[in-house]
Write a protein that binds this ligand. Structure first.
Ligand SMILES: Nc1ncnc2c1ncn2[C@@H]1O[C@H](COP(=O)(O)OP(=O)(O)OP(=O)(O)O)[C@@H](O)[C@H]1O
Length: 327
């Protein structure tokens, strides 16, 4: 039983004083989301969760339904069916969105206001207690310190997207929803967003990230939900989706005994001083460390240990081309 469920059961069975043991509600919980536009089904029976402090990537081709799902989560589009809980409250309750930051796919801010004034406006709208120093820090985080007093009407698209990110972050959210946050950003800006997402995660803030930049998703996300034709085509942790199929070892002094030990871990191939061991799909994560320990004990010098797994891009393409069964 997953630990969260176990904790829930503990909390319920241990009576009133066990309430403190209850795990916090997920940042996002949605079940059976469905949306049709005319005769077109945009979203069909979509369910997933984003845990507290978890970074979840939403992937899928154009028109897969990613933005429609995000809008339904945030109450911007009414689902035809399904339920949403945000930070433990039904999404139909406006209070569910108090601690949610959102960067929309299409962002536009009041062109007559300065960047600092846009932030002030959003702090007021959120009813948050964020002092002037913290607002300045937020603009600094997205690289807009120099432009804080400039009118947004004169901003480039990338600068407006950076401002949108500051708007999403300024009221100290517990959940941040980013819909293609780097679509207008230069490579440095993309790295900034990656760092910001990782820093949110380290502070326990949950992030739902919709991005076509698969490398970005692979670097920052704990879990991925792949949508295709409005449905969840695959979902899971990166380890579940990508697996660890092989390990490559560069060894010196590997004799027959060392090769036998490697064969015990999986099928072995050799090219010079590189050895590749195929791992079994139900490997519980101890095979490689145990193997390295035993090789060292046999007097082998271990120069390199490289896990080999498919990239998220390869996995995504395989799922979308129906080449592999979805996990
Ligand atoms: N307001 C709308 N009216 C009619 N159809 C819509 C509307 N919004 C979305 N759709 C349709 O719903 C489907 C899903 O669109 P959505 O924008 O959710 O996809 P997406 O996965 O975010 O795509 P992209 O990666 O191109 O941004 C598409 O077929 C789209 O044409």
């Amino acid at each position: 039983m997953p630990s969260a469920e176990a904790a829930t059961v503990r909390g319920v069975t241990s009576g009133a004083d066990g309430l403190a043991d209850l795990p916090p509600s997920p940042a996002v919980w949605c079940s059976g989301l469905r949306k049709r536009y005319g005769r077109r089904t945009a979203v069909d029976d979509v369910s997933f969760t984003v845990g507290r402090g978890e970074v979840v990537g939403l992937l899928g081709p154009n028109g897969a339904g990613k933005t429609s799902v995000i809008k339904m989560l945030l109450g911007l589009v009414r689902p035809d069916a399904g339920e949403v809980l945000l930070l433990g409250r039904p999404a139909t309750d406006p209070r569910s969105r108090i601690a949610v930051g959102y960067l929309p796919e299409l962002f536009r801010y009041q062109p007559w206001l300065s960047a600092a004034e846009v932030l002030d406006l959003h702090v007021t709208l959120a009813g948050a207690d964020v002092d002037a120093a913290e607002r300045r820090e937020c603009l600094a985080l997205v690289g807009l310190t120099e432009r804080a007093g400039d009118r947004v009407g004169g901003f480039s698209k990338g600068m407006q997207q950076r401002l949108g990110l500051a708007v999403a972050l300024v009221a100290r959210p517990e959940l941040v929803v980013l819909d293609e946050p780097t679509s207008a950003l230069d490579p440095l800006g993309r790295v900034d967003v990656r760092d910001i997402v990782l820093s949110l995660k380290s502070r326990g803030v949950a992030v739902l990230l919709n991005s076509h930049l698969i490398g970005e998703v692979e670097r920052v996300c704990d879990r991925v939900v792949i949508l295709d034709g409005g449905r969840v085509a695959a979902s899971g942790t990166l380890a579940e989706l990508l697996g660890q199929r092989e390990v490559r070892l560069r060894l010196a002094g590997a004799d027959g005994q060392a090769e036998d030990r490697m064969r015990a871990a999986g099928a072995l191939t050799r090219s010079g001083d590189w050895f590749t061991v195929q791992l079994s799909s139900d490997d519980d994560g101890v095979t490689v460390p145990d193997l390295v320990r035993d090789l060292v004990a046999l007097g082998v010098r271990v120069h390199a240990v490289e896990p080999v797994r498919i990239s998220l891009e390869e996995r995504l393409l395989a799922v979308l081309r129906h080449e592999e069964p979805a996990p």
